[in-house]
Design a protein around this ligand. Structure first.
Ligand code: F6R
Length: 239
């Protein structure tokens, strides 16, 4: 694991964004794995800026997002599909036909196989962006008894509900989500995990210095051969 500490979120956005842009310029049809939530927003801002300045085009990339809520229509304002449209996809020249999302309302087993096959047929994810939950989750793989392989339907923990329910002002936050499994995430060729703020410090410590255990799902990243962990000073505080 390569640990890098930055002064602020903007610097993280630039650093991760530069890695992505240089891959896209070198391999225009690369496969990018995206996360939602607050952590990657500065990266998406940087990518949008570079696109607006004509320094990169995303027209041939394929994308896979990590997760999607169940019990929510795709176009609901709080769906992760809408989040990506608003924060990145609607602002760049990505081909809508090459954007891949889990369907939170589909049959779990069928959807899991479909997503695994789609990732494989794309040639595999070149760079996967991740955030980390306060409880150590990656994507929506919550702490549990074992690591999961492919996409599955998860019951969200209270910690995740507490962290994310602030975004739901009209309906209660869904209690379930479909998430890429740990096995699929680990197959990504390169992973960039972003964590900022004090609330993440404990999870970051467990991910990097703790044992590899499904009780802290992010700890599995210790076994990946190409992971960059990008932190601000607050998130790195307990290292
Ligand atoms: C989102 C996702 C989650 C978030 C995590 C951190 O697609 O997979 O694992 O990355 O919950 O969320 P933020 O960045 O909002 O603190």
């Amino acid at each position: 694991m390569e640990i890098r500490v930055y002064r602020n979120e903007k610097e993280i956005g630039e650093a991760a964004g530069k890695i992505i842009c240089s891959l896209v310029n070198e391999k225009p049809d690369c496969v990018l794995g995206f996360a939602t939530g607050a952590s990657p927003v500065p990266v998406y801002e940087y990518l949008t800026e570079q696109y607006n300045e004509g320094k990169v085009s995303f027209k041939d990339i394929t994308t896979f997002n990590l997760d999607e809520y169940c019990e929510l229509p795709k176009n609901h304002k709080n769906s992760y599909y809408t989040f990506m449209q608003e924060n990145l996809f609607g602002k760049i020249d990505v081909n809508p036909g090459k954007i891949n999302f889990l369907d939170g309302n589909a049959d779990e087993a069928t959807e899991s196989k479909r997503y695994a096959r789609a990732i494989e047929e794309s040639g595999g994810i070149d760079i996967q962006i991740l955030g980390i939950g306060r409880n150590g989750h990656i994507a929506f793989n919550e702490p549990g008894a074992e690591f999961t392989d492919e996409a599955w339907k998860v019951t969200l923990t209270q910690s995740t509900i507490d962290a994310n329910s602030k975004y739901f002002d009209d309906i209660p936050m869904p209690r379930h989500a479909m998430t890429m499994g740990i096995g699929s995430i680990m197959k990504s060729k390169k992973i960039i995990l972003i964590a900022t703020g004090h609330a993440k410090a404990e999870a970051v410590k467990n991910m990097i210095n703790g044992p590899v255990t499904p009780l802290c799902p992010a700890s599995i990243l210790q076994q990946h051969k190409d992971v960059i962990i990008m932190l601000d000073e607050a998130a790195a505080n307990l290292l």
